[in-house]
Design a protein around this ligand. Structure first.
Ligand code: NAD
Ligand code: COI
Length: 331
């Protein structure tokens, strides 16, 4: 058995090498993401270890099937960029890592809210200009706020625990009700009702075609004036243009965005030479009431180690047994 891994960063190499030694399985490490040009490198391997980010070539699964490859193991949660119908058509198993460290993302989502609440963008700019005054940028404390959690799965639950530590009031919306949280009475029946009641809306649900633009101009209109929105989930959930309008008009107080609707050509790329062409992105980032980060909520030592090890364990399991606990339901 031997694997090929694409998109391998320097900080992942040691984890790949250790796993390879411990399991006595050869792994070819490729720094580049999968493209039509380098797909042929996977010929002769049993499984492809990859990442959700990037644009996969249309012929990805067809080509892998022609090489006899049985498994694609993604080393993150989301499988948004993969065509699962094609995976099914060509009989290739897809696995993900559903939980590598929910704490990494939950902690980060709270951290970006704190930056907004304490006007960090403004104070950083002021200090860079040797202006050390305080007024009028008085901050807000989390315990004074009602936090609306959208999606009470693994990450949403950790976020709830953290916000409880701050003493915040918590409300939530999720079509599936967790029994323990249900007994605490935090669920609101509809998203529309939730957004009207909370000072902070924080998204912790998957992105999907069906739920694209969950937060659009109409939903924003229903939110409290001056409310904050935090998105460490998926960019597709928020209409970025409508968000920009609401932030500029003062309808919303601020946005903490680790994901952005059109992030694929921007995040995790060095655009120093070309610059960013996306005008909407540039306008958002320039606002004092926006904290934008390049999809790094997941990026901790604990998470990276788990992502590599669990993806490799899954690939080994599929090749040996035909299945794995982390198998993704293909369409
Ligand atoms: P999870 O599957 O444990 O929980 C997701 C929850 O969302 C579930 O309880 C589900 O019932 C709920 N949900 C589904 N549709 C909903 C809807 N329309 N409205 C409200 N709730 C809905 O997933 P998780 O591990 O908590 O991850 C959540 C999301 O976070 C992932 O799908 C991924 O998109 C994102 N994520 C981001 C990063 C990052 O680095 N920024 C890292 C990992 C995951
Ligand atoms: C995920 O695991 O789904 C993420 O959002 C992080 C990943 C794309 C690096």
């Amino acid at each position: 058995m031997k694997f090929i891994a694409y998109n391998v960063r320097q900080d992942e190499r040691a984890y790949f090498e250790n796993w390879s030694q411990e399991n006595n399985i050869e792994i070819k490490l490729v720094a580049d993401e999968v493209t039509s040009k380098n797909l042929s490198l996977s010929k002769g391997y049993d499984a492809v270890i990859s990442f959700q980010t990037g644009i996969y070539p249309a012929e990805f699964f067809e080509t892998l099937a022609s090489y006899g490859i049985k498994d694609v193991s993604i080393r993150n949660v989301g499988v948004d960029n993969l065509d699962l119908a094609e995976a099914k058509k060509y009989g290739i198993a897809v696995t993900n890592v559903p939980a590598y460290s929910p704490n990494a993302i939950a902690e980060f989502s709270v951290a970006i809210l704190l930056q907004l609440l304490r006007n960090q963008n403004i104070f950083r700019k002021r200090m860079a200009a040797n202006d050390y005054r305080w007024a009028p940028f008085v901050g807000k404390e989390i315990r004074a706020l009602t936090i609306g959690i959208v999606g009470t799965g693994r990450i949403g639950k950790v976020a709830i625990d953290i916000y409880k530590g701050f003493g915040a009031k918590i409300l939530a919306f999720d079509p599936y009700h967790d029994p323990k949280l249900e007994s605490e009475g935090i669920y609101i029946d509809t998203l529309e009702d939730l957004v009207a009641k909370v000072d902070v809306l924080t998204l912790h649900m998957p992105g999907s075609d069906k739920d694209g633009h969950l937060i659009d101009a109409k939903m924003i209109e229903k939110m409290k004036d001056g409310a904050y929105i935090i998105n460490t989930a998926r960019g597709s959930l928020i209409d970025a243009k409508a968000l920009l309008t609401a932030l500029k008009s003062g309808k919303l107080g601020g946005a903490g965005l680790d994901t952005y609707e059109f992030e694929t050509p921007i995040f995790n790329h060095d655009l120093n030479e070309t610059g960013v062409k996306d005008e909407l992105f540039k306008e958002l980032v320039a606002l004092d009431n926006v904290v934008m980060t390049p999809h790094i909520a997941f990026y901790t030592e604990t998470a990276v180690e788990n992502m590599v090890n669990i993806a490799l364990d899954s690939a080994k399991s599929v090749i040996e047994t035909g299945t794995a606990p982390t198998l993704v339901q293909t369409k």
